[in-house]
Design a protein around this ligand. Structure first.
Ligand code: COS
Length: 383
Protein backbone atom coordinates (compact mmCIF):
# COMPACT_ATOMS: atom_id res chain seq x y z
CA UNK A 1 0.00 0.00 0.00
CA UNK A 2 1.25 3.48 -0.91
CA UNK A 3 2.63 5.68 1.87
CA UNK A 4 0.60 8.88 1.79
CA UNK A 5 2.84 11.21 3.82
CA UNK A 6 0.59 14.21 3.28
CA UNK A 7 -2.49 12.89 5.11
CA UNK A 8 -3.33 14.52 8.43
CA UNK A 9 -3.95 12.35 11.51
CA UNK A 10 -7.67 13.07 11.15
CA UNK A 11 -7.70 11.96 7.50
CA UNK A 12 -5.75 8.83 8.35
CA UNK A 13 -8.20 8.04 11.15
CA UNK A 14 -11.25 8.33 8.91
CA UNK A 15 -9.58 6.27 6.17
CA UNK A 16 -8.63 3.54 8.64
CA UNK A 17 -12.14 3.48 10.12
CA UNK A 18 -13.74 3.10 6.69
CA UNK A 19 -11.12 0.54 5.64
CA UNK A 20 -12.00 -1.62 8.62
CA UNK A 21 -15.75 -1.35 7.95
CA UNK A 22 -15.21 -2.00 4.25
CA UNK A 23 -13.11 -5.11 4.82
CA UNK A 24 -15.05 -6.62 7.70
CA UNK A 25 -18.65 -5.64 7.02
CA UNK A 26 -19.02 -4.70 3.35
CA UNK A 27 -16.68 -6.92 1.31
CA UNK A 28 -18.22 -10.17 2.63
CA UNK A 29 -21.73 -9.17 1.47
CA UNK A 30 -20.92 -7.19 -1.69
CA UNK A 31 -21.48 -10.17 -4.02
CA UNK A 32 -24.85 -10.88 -2.38
CA UNK A 33 -26.11 -7.33 -2.92
CA UNK A 34 -24.79 -7.36 -6.49
CA UNK A 35 -26.43 -10.68 -7.28
CA UNK A 36 -29.78 -9.72 -5.75
CA UNK A 37 -29.65 -6.12 -7.02
CA UNK A 38 -30.82 -5.07 -3.57
CA UNK A 39 -30.08 -1.95 -1.59
CA UNK A 40 -27.60 -2.43 1.29
CA UNK A 41 -29.78 -0.71 3.87
CA UNK A 42 -27.90 -2.06 6.90
CA UNK A 43 -24.57 -0.89 5.53
CA UNK A 44 -25.89 2.59 4.85
CA UNK A 45 -27.23 2.71 8.42
CA UNK A 46 -23.85 1.65 9.75
CA UNK A 47 -22.10 4.39 7.77
CA UNK A 48 -24.52 6.92 9.26
CA UNK A 49 -23.98 5.59 12.79
CA UNK A 50 -20.25 5.98 12.33
CA UNK A 51 -20.71 9.65 11.44
CA UNK A 52 -19.58 9.14 7.86
CA UNK A 53 -22.52 10.77 6.10
CA UNK A 54 -21.53 14.25 7.20
CA UNK A 55 -17.82 14.48 6.55
CA UNK A 56 -18.41 16.91 3.65
CA UNK A 57 -20.92 19.05 5.61
CA UNK A 58 -19.51 22.19 7.31
CA UNK A 59 -19.30 21.95 11.11
CA UNK A 60 -21.75 24.85 11.50
CA UNK A 61 -24.43 22.57 10.02
CA UNK A 62 -23.71 19.42 11.97
CA UNK A 63 -21.02 17.84 9.86
CA UNK A 64 -17.32 17.35 10.44
CA UNK A 65 -16.30 19.55 7.49
CA UNK A 66 -13.37 17.34 6.63
CA UNK A 67 -13.19 18.37 3.00
CA UNK A 68 -12.64 16.91 -0.42
CA UNK A 69 -9.57 14.79 0.34
CA UNK A 70 -11.39 13.02 3.18
CA UNK A 71 -14.38 12.48 0.88
CA UNK A 72 -12.03 10.88 -1.65
CA UNK A 73 -10.45 8.63 0.97
CA UNK A 74 -13.86 7.39 2.10
CA UNK A 75 -15.05 6.83 -1.47
CA UNK A 76 -11.93 4.81 -2.31
CA UNK A 77 -12.14 2.57 0.75
CA UNK A 78 -15.86 1.89 0.24
CA UNK A 79 -15.33 1.17 -3.46
CA UNK A 80 -12.52 -1.27 -2.65
CA UNK A 81 -15.23 -3.43 -1.08
CA UNK A 82 -18.30 -2.44 -3.09
CA UNK A 83 -18.52 0.24 -5.79
CA UNK A 84 -22.31 0.32 -5.47
CA UNK A 85 -22.04 1.22 -1.79
CA UNK A 86 -19.52 3.93 -2.66
CA UNK A 87 -22.00 5.26 -5.23
CA UNK A 88 -24.89 5.16 -2.75
CA UNK A 89 -22.75 6.98 -0.22
CA UNK A 90 -21.39 9.49 -2.76
CA UNK A 91 -24.87 10.40 -4.03
CA UNK A 92 -25.39 12.42 -0.84
CA UNK A 93 -22.41 14.76 -1.22
CA UNK A 94 -23.29 15.01 -4.94
CA UNK A 95 -26.90 15.97 -4.17
CA UNK A 96 -26.09 17.96 -1.04
CA UNK A 97 -23.02 19.94 -2.08
CA UNK A 98 -25.13 22.32 -4.21
CA UNK A 99 -26.80 23.39 -0.94
CA UNK A 100 -23.39 24.22 0.54
CA UNK A 101 -22.52 26.10 -2.65
CA UNK A 102 -25.70 28.03 -3.26
CA UNK A 103 -28.16 27.48 -0.42
CA UNK A 104 -29.69 30.23 1.68
CA UNK A 105 -29.04 30.12 5.41
CA UNK A 106 -32.55 28.76 5.86
CA UNK A 107 -32.02 25.99 3.27
CA UNK A 108 -28.71 25.03 4.84
CA UNK A 109 -30.31 24.81 8.29
CA UNK A 110 -33.25 22.83 6.95
CA UNK A 111 -31.31 20.15 5.06
CA UNK A 112 -27.62 19.95 5.94
CA UNK A 113 -27.91 18.77 9.58
CA UNK A 114 -30.27 15.97 8.53
CA UNK A 115 -27.94 14.95 5.70
CA UNK A 116 -24.95 15.07 8.05
CA UNK A 117 -26.67 12.77 10.52
CA UNK A 118 -27.79 10.33 7.86
CA UNK A 119 -31.42 11.00 8.74
CA UNK A 120 -32.04 11.67 5.05
CA UNK A 121 -29.97 11.07 1.93
CA UNK A 122 -29.58 13.37 -1.05
CA UNK A 123 -29.48 12.81 -4.80
CA UNK A 124 -28.62 14.87 -7.88
CA UNK A 125 -30.87 14.93 -10.91
CA UNK A 126 -29.56 16.60 -14.05
CA UNK A 127 -29.85 14.06 -16.89
CA UNK A 128 -32.89 13.54 -19.09
CA UNK A 129 -33.76 11.30 -22.04
CA UNK A 130 -32.57 13.97 -24.49
CA UNK A 131 -29.94 15.60 -22.27
CA UNK A 132 -27.10 13.34 -21.19
CA UNK A 133 -23.72 14.70 -22.27
CA UNK A 134 -25.48 17.83 -23.52
CA UNK A 135 -26.75 18.72 -20.06
CA UNK A 136 -27.77 22.28 -21.04
CA UNK A 137 -30.35 20.82 -23.45
CA UNK A 138 -32.60 19.66 -20.62
CA UNK A 139 -36.32 20.08 -21.23
CA UNK A 140 -37.99 19.80 -17.84
CA UNK A 141 -39.83 23.08 -17.30
CA UNK A 142 -40.39 25.15 -14.18
CA UNK A 143 -43.09 27.80 -14.31
CA UNK A 144 -43.60 30.15 -11.39
CA UNK A 145 -47.17 30.42 -10.10
CA UNK A 146 -47.40 32.60 -7.01
CA UNK A 147 -45.43 31.05 -4.18
CA UNK A 148 -44.70 27.80 -6.10
CA UNK A 149 -42.97 26.54 -9.20
CA UNK A 150 -44.78 23.97 -11.30
CA UNK A 151 -42.33 21.42 -12.73
CA UNK A 152 -43.05 19.14 -15.69
CA UNK A 153 -40.75 16.62 -17.33
CA UNK A 154 -38.84 13.36 -17.01
CA UNK A 155 -35.45 12.96 -15.37
CA UNK A 156 -33.20 9.93 -15.82
CA UNK A 157 -30.26 8.09 -14.30
CA UNK A 158 -30.54 9.35 -10.76
CA UNK A 159 -28.21 7.37 -8.48
CA UNK A 160 -29.88 6.47 -5.20
CA UNK A 161 -32.85 8.62 -6.26
CA UNK A 162 -35.41 6.24 -4.78
CA UNK A 163 -33.87 6.60 -1.30
CA UNK A 164 -33.29 10.34 -1.19
CA UNK A 165 -35.12 12.70 1.14
CA UNK A 166 -34.03 15.68 -0.94
CA UNK A 167 -33.08 15.85 -4.61
CA UNK A 168 -31.22 18.71 -6.22
CA UNK A 169 -33.08 18.75 -9.49
CA UNK A 170 -32.45 20.94 -12.50
CA UNK A 171 -35.20 22.37 -14.72
CA UNK A 172 -35.49 25.31 -17.09
CA UNK A 173 -37.52 28.45 -16.57
CA UNK A 174 -36.96 29.39 -20.24
CA UNK A 175 -35.92 26.83 -22.84
CA UNK A 176 -34.93 29.56 -25.32
CA UNK A 177 -32.16 30.70 -22.98
CA UNK A 178 -30.30 27.36 -23.01
CA UNK A 179 -27.87 27.04 -20.07
CA UNK A 180 -28.93 30.47 -18.79
CA UNK A 181 -32.51 29.30 -18.20
CA UNK A 182 -31.54 26.36 -16.04
CA UNK A 183 -32.57 26.63 -12.41
CA UNK A 184 -31.93 24.34 -9.45
CA UNK A 185 -34.64 23.14 -7.05
CA UNK A 186 -34.62 21.17 -3.83
CA UNK A 187 -37.32 18.62 -4.44
CA UNK A 188 -38.65 16.31 -1.76
CA UNK A 189 -40.21 13.00 -2.79
CA UNK A 190 -43.47 13.89 -1.01
CA UNK A 191 -44.11 17.00 -3.12
CA UNK A 192 -47.38 16.75 -5.10
CA UNK A 193 -46.81 15.60 -8.68
CA UNK A 194 -43.47 13.91 -8.00
CA UNK A 195 -43.09 10.20 -8.77
CA UNK A 196 -40.15 7.82 -8.88
CA UNK A 197 -40.11 5.96 -12.21
CA UNK A 198 -38.47 2.77 -13.39
CA UNK A 199 -35.39 1.34 -11.78
CA UNK A 200 -32.72 0.50 -14.35
CA UNK A 201 -31.37 -3.02 -14.74
CA UNK A 202 -27.68 -2.39 -14.96
CA UNK A 203 -24.45 -4.19 -15.88
CA UNK A 204 -22.67 -3.07 -12.72
CA UNK A 205 -23.10 -1.18 -9.43
CA UNK A 206 -26.25 -3.24 -9.18
CA UNK A 207 -26.76 -2.56 -5.47
CA UNK A 208 -27.11 1.12 -6.24
CA UNK A 209 -30.61 1.98 -7.45
CA UNK A 210 -30.62 4.17 -10.57
CA UNK A 211 -34.06 5.59 -11.21
CA UNK A 212 -36.13 7.93 -13.37
CA UNK A 213 -38.36 10.68 -12.00
CA UNK A 214 -41.65 11.84 -13.46
CA UNK A 215 -42.76 15.37 -12.68
CA UNK A 216 -46.35 16.06 -13.52
CA UNK A 217 -47.38 19.52 -12.37
CA UNK A 218 -45.03 18.93 -9.49
CA UNK A 219 -45.37 21.72 -6.93
CA UNK A 220 -42.15 23.08 -5.50
CA UNK A 221 -42.36 25.96 -2.99
CA UNK A 222 -40.43 29.08 -4.05
CA UNK A 223 -38.27 28.77 -0.93
CA UNK A 224 -36.97 25.48 -2.41
CA UNK A 225 -35.43 27.18 -5.42
CA UNK A 226 -31.67 26.88 -5.00
CA UNK A 227 -29.90 30.04 -6.14
CA UNK A 228 -31.46 32.49 -8.56
CA UNK A 229 -33.36 31.64 -11.72
CA UNK A 230 -30.81 30.86 -14.44
CA UNK A 231 -28.00 30.03 -12.01
CA UNK A 232 -28.67 26.30 -12.07
CA UNK A 233 -26.23 25.27 -14.79
CA UNK A 234 -23.28 26.87 -13.03
CA UNK A 235 -24.34 25.26 -9.74
CA UNK A 236 -24.54 21.91 -11.56
CA UNK A 237 -21.09 22.31 -13.13
CA UNK A 238 -19.36 23.61 -9.99
CA UNK A 239 -20.80 20.68 -8.07
CA UNK A 240 -19.35 18.27 -10.62
CA UNK A 241 -15.98 19.98 -10.31
CA UNK A 242 -16.14 19.05 -6.60
CA UNK A 243 -17.48 15.52 -7.05
CA UNK A 244 -15.56 14.32 -10.13
CA UNK A 245 -12.47 13.73 -7.96
CA UNK A 246 -14.71 11.64 -5.69
CA UNK A 247 -15.77 9.59 -8.70
CA UNK A 248 -12.10 9.26 -9.55
CA UNK A 249 -11.50 7.98 -6.02
CA UNK A 250 -14.29 5.43 -6.43
CA UNK A 251 -12.51 4.21 -9.55
CA UNK A 252 -9.20 4.03 -7.65
CA UNK A 253 -10.90 1.84 -5.04
CA UNK A 254 -12.13 -0.59 -7.68
CA UNK A 255 -8.72 -0.61 -9.37
CA UNK A 256 -6.91 -1.27 -6.08
CA UNK A 257 -9.27 -4.14 -5.28
CA UNK A 258 -8.66 -5.66 -8.72
CA UNK A 259 -4.89 -5.29 -8.34
CA UNK A 260 -4.93 -6.84 -4.85
CA UNK A 261 -6.98 -9.78 -6.10
CA UNK A 262 -4.69 -10.28 -9.11
CA UNK A 263 -1.54 -10.24 -6.96
CA UNK A 264 -3.03 -12.75 -4.55
CA UNK A 265 -4.12 -15.08 -7.32
CA UNK A 266 -0.88 -14.82 -9.29
CA UNK A 267 1.08 -15.97 -6.23
CA UNK A 268 -1.22 -18.94 -5.59
CA UNK A 269 -2.09 -20.21 -9.02
CA UNK A 270 0.42 -22.75 -10.36
CA UNK A 271 0.94 -23.60 -14.01
CA UNK A 272 3.97 -25.21 -15.61
CA UNK A 273 5.09 -26.19 -12.08
CA UNK A 274 5.36 -22.67 -10.74
CA UNK A 275 3.17 -19.81 -9.56
CA UNK A 276 2.09 -17.73 -12.54
CA UNK A 277 3.59 -14.71 -10.70
CA UNK A 278 6.99 -16.12 -11.67
CA UNK A 279 6.28 -15.36 -15.34
CA UNK A 280 7.50 -12.04 -16.62
CA UNK A 281 4.34 -11.65 -18.72
CA UNK A 282 2.27 -11.58 -15.53
CA UNK A 283 4.82 -9.46 -13.65
CA UNK A 284 4.73 -6.77 -16.34
CA UNK A 285 0.94 -6.74 -16.25
CA UNK A 286 0.97 -6.30 -12.47
CA UNK A 287 3.58 -3.55 -12.69
CA UNK A 288 1.51 -1.64 -15.26
CA UNK A 289 -1.63 -2.09 -13.17
CA UNK A 290 0.12 -0.79 -10.05
CA UNK A 291 1.40 2.29 -11.89
CA UNK A 292 -2.11 3.08 -13.10
CA UNK A 293 -3.54 2.81 -9.59
CA UNK A 294 -0.71 4.87 -8.10
CA UNK A 295 -0.95 7.62 -10.71
CA UNK A 296 -4.74 7.80 -10.51
CA UNK A 297 -4.70 8.07 -6.73
CA UNK A 298 -2.14 10.88 -6.80
CA UNK A 299 -4.17 12.83 -9.37
CA UNK A 300 -7.32 12.46 -7.27
CA UNK A 301 -5.55 13.50 -4.09
CA UNK A 302 -3.89 16.44 -5.78
CA UNK A 303 -7.11 18.00 -7.05
CA UNK A 304 -8.93 17.22 -3.77
CA UNK A 305 -6.11 18.96 -1.87
CA UNK A 306 -6.47 22.02 -4.09
CA UNK A 307 -10.15 22.20 -3.16
CA UNK A 308 -9.28 21.86 0.52
CA UNK A 309 -6.80 24.73 0.26
CA UNK A 310 -9.61 27.00 -0.80
CA UNK A 311 -8.79 27.01 -4.49
CA UNK A 312 -11.83 26.82 -6.70
CA UNK A 313 -12.03 23.22 -7.80
CA UNK A 314 -9.87 23.17 -10.87
CA UNK A 315 -12.03 22.30 -13.87
CA UNK A 316 -9.01 20.95 -15.74
CA UNK A 317 -7.65 18.80 -12.96
CA UNK A 318 -11.06 17.56 -11.78
CA UNK A 319 -11.75 16.26 -15.29
CA UNK A 320 -8.25 14.82 -15.63
CA UNK A 321 -8.49 12.95 -12.33
CA UNK A 322 -11.94 11.55 -13.07
CA UNK A 323 -11.04 10.50 -16.60
CA UNK A 324 -7.62 9.02 -15.81
CA UNK A 325 -8.87 7.10 -12.76
CA UNK A 326 -11.91 5.71 -14.58
CA UNK A 327 -9.79 4.53 -17.51
CA UNK A 328 -7.30 3.07 -15.03
CA UNK A 329 -10.07 1.15 -13.24
CA UNK A 330 -11.35 -0.31 -16.51
CA UNK A 331 -7.86 -1.26 -17.62
CA UNK A 332 -6.79 -2.75 -14.28
CA UNK A 333 -10.04 -4.66 -13.75
CA UNK A 334 -9.87 -6.07 -17.28
CA UNK A 335 -6.28 -7.23 -16.71
CA UNK A 336 -7.23 -8.72 -13.35
CA UNK A 337 -9.85 -10.86 -15.10
CA UNK A 338 -7.16 -11.85 -17.62
CA UNK A 339 -4.74 -12.91 -14.88
CA UNK A 340 -7.45 -15.04 -13.27
CA UNK A 341 -8.17 -16.59 -16.67
CA UNK A 342 -11.27 -18.79 -16.95
CA UNK A 343 -12.28 -18.50 -13.29
CA UNK A 344 -11.98 -14.74 -13.52
CA UNK A 345 -14.88 -14.85 -15.94
CA UNK A 346 -17.08 -16.64 -13.42
CA UNK A 347 -18.89 -15.29 -10.40
CA UNK A 348 -16.73 -17.44 -8.10
CA UNK A 349 -14.33 -14.52 -7.84
CA UNK A 350 -15.00 -10.80 -7.53
CA UNK A 351 -12.89 -9.65 -10.48
CA UNK A 352 -15.77 -9.97 -12.97
CA UNK A 353 -17.80 -7.64 -10.69
CA UNK A 354 -14.92 -5.18 -10.58
CA UNK A 355 -14.82 -5.16 -14.37
CA UNK A 356 -18.58 -4.56 -14.66
CA UNK A 357 -18.45 -1.87 -11.95
CA UNK A 358 -15.44 -0.13 -13.50
CA UNK A 359 -17.32 0.44 -16.76
CA UNK A 360 -19.79 2.90 -15.26
CA UNK A 361 -16.94 5.09 -14.01
CA UNK A 362 -16.09 5.92 -17.63
CA UNK A 363 -19.72 6.94 -18.16
CA UNK A 364 -21.29 8.59 -15.11
CA UNK A 365 -20.58 12.11 -13.87
CA UNK A 366 -19.78 12.98 -17.47
CA UNK A 367 -18.45 10.44 -19.95
CA UNK A 368 -14.71 10.24 -20.39
CA UNK A 369 -15.22 11.73 -23.86
CA UNK A 370 -16.83 14.80 -22.21
CA UNK A 371 -13.90 14.95 -19.77
CA UNK A 372 -11.44 14.89 -22.67
CA UNK A 373 -13.44 17.65 -24.37
CA UNK A 374 -13.31 19.76 -21.20
CA UNK A 375 -9.57 19.09 -20.78
CA UNK A 376 -8.83 20.03 -24.40
CA UNK A 377 -10.93 23.19 -24.19
CA UNK A 378 -9.05 24.22 -21.05
CA UNK A 379 -5.69 23.51 -22.69
CA UNK A 380 -6.63 25.49 -25.78
CA UNK A 381 -8.04 28.39 -23.80
CA UNK A 382 -11.43 27.85 -25.39
CA UNK A 383 -13.33 28.02 -22.08
N1 COS B 1 -17.59 25.29 -13.63
C1 COS B 1 -18.20 26.48 -13.59
N2 COS B 1 -18.88 27.01 -14.64
C2 COS B 1 -18.91 26.26 -15.78
C3 COS B 1 -18.28 25.01 -15.87
C4 COS B 1 -17.60 24.54 -14.74
N3 COS B 1 -17.01 23.35 -14.76
N4 COS B 1 -18.49 24.52 -17.11
C5 COS B 1 -19.23 25.42 -17.77
N5 COS B 1 -19.47 26.49 -16.96
C6 COS B 1 -20.21 27.69 -17.30
C7 COS B 1 -19.56 28.37 -18.49
O1 COS B 1 -18.53 29.24 -18.06
C8 COS B 1 -20.72 29.10 -19.13
O2 COS B 1 -20.97 30.29 -18.42
P1 COS B 1 -20.99 31.72 -19.20
O3 COS B 1 -22.08 31.58 -20.21
O4 COS B 1 -21.29 32.69 -18.13
O5 COS B 1 -19.65 31.85 -19.82
C9 COS B 1 -21.89 28.16 -18.87
O6 COS B 1 -21.53 27.35 -17.75
C10 COS B 1 -22.22 27.29 -20.06
O7 COS B 1 -21.02 26.60 -20.39
P2 COS B 1 -20.77 25.95 -21.83
O8 COS B 1 -21.24 26.88 -22.90
O9 COS B 1 -19.37 25.51 -21.86
O10 COS B 1 -21.75 24.72 -21.77
P3 COS B 1 -21.96 23.55 -22.81
O11 COS B 1 -23.41 23.44 -23.03
O12 COS B 1 -21.05 23.72 -23.98
O13 COS B 1 -21.55 22.21 -22.02
C11 COS B 1 -20.37 20.55 -20.79
C12 COS B 1 -20.60 22.04 -21.10
C13 COS B 1 -20.31 19.65 -22.01
C14 COS B 1 -19.03 20.53 -20.09
C15 COS B 1 -21.49 20.08 -19.84
O14 COS B 1 -22.72 20.01 -20.52
C16 COS B 1 -21.19 18.76 -19.19
O15 COS B 1 -20.43 18.69 -18.21
N6 COS B 1 -21.82 17.66 -19.68
C17 COS B 1 -21.77 16.39 -19.02
C18 COS B 1 -22.90 16.32 -18.03
C19 COS B 1 -22.65 15.35 -16.96
O16 COS B 1 -21.59 15.30 -16.36
N7 COS B 1 -23.67 14.55 -16.69
C20 COS B 1 -23.62 13.60 -15.66
C21 COS B 1 -24.75 13.88 -14.74
S1 COS B 1 -24.34 13.82 -13.11
S2 COS B 1 -24.32 11.95 -12.65
Amino acid sequence: MQQLYYLTDEQRAVRDLVREIAREKIAPVAAYYDETESYPEEIMKLLAQQGLMGIWVPEAYGGTGMGALAVSLVAEELAWACAATATNWGATPLGGYPIVLAGTEEQKRRYLPRLAGGEILAAYSLSEPGAGSDAAALQTTAVRKGDRYILNGTKLWCSNGSNAGVITLFATVDRSKGAKGITAFLVEPGFPGFAVGKKEKKMGIRASPTVAFHLQDCEVPVENRLGAEGEGFKIAMRTLDFTRPMTGATAVGVAQAALDAAIGYAKERKQFNQPIAAFQGIQFMLADMAMQVHGARLMVHHVASLVDRGALASILEASMAKCFAADAAMHVATDAVQIFGGVGYTREFPVERYMRDAKIMQIYEGTNQIQRMVIAQQLLGMR
